[in-house]
Write a protein that binds this ligand. Structure first.
Ligand SMILES: [Zn+2]
Length: 133
């Protein structure tokens, strides 16, 4: 069964609140867990696999590889996040942006300029980031 890395946004948000500052890459790694999923998982299997082992939250994001954690939150508008810690869209947007630029699984299928266009739309907030992969 393939192994996946997931980040728990609830743990991350609690960590940020606890620290009162931007966590280091190492501290962020606390919010990541590994999980196994069959190739064609049932919704129940997905739910079980995506559940955070620390806090039981289902508000988790799949990372394409472990290096994704390094980008987690980096580049997020820190002040914006601190004013509204419940707003996780900035985190999601940032992770999507990082993956697009470094670990894009669709890279071979993209047309020239498509990545730049998507990145621009993600940054400007005109491209909604889906809640689930
Ligand atoms: Zn958690």
């Amino acid at each position: 069964m393939p192994l996946y890395d997931y980040a728990c946004l609830d743990c991350l948000s609690k960590l940020i609140e606890r620290l009162g500052r931007e966590p280091t890459d190492q501290e962020r790694a606390e919010c990541v867990f590994e999980t196994r999923l069959p190739m064609n998982p049932t919704p129940k299997e997905v739910k079980e696999a995506c559940c955070c082992p620390t806090c039981g939250s289902l508000d988790t994001e799949r990372l394409l590889n472990a290096s994704g954690i390094i980008a987690l939150v980096r580049g997020v508008n820190w002040e914006e996040y601190r004013r509204n810690p419940q707003n996780k869209s900035a985190m999601r947007r940032d992770m999507a942006l990082h993956q697009l630029q470094t670990d894009d699984p669709y890279k071979p299928y993209r047309e020239p300029g498509e990545v730049d266009d998507l990145a621009h739309r993600l940054r400007s907030g005109t491209l909604p980031v889906s809640d689930r992969p």
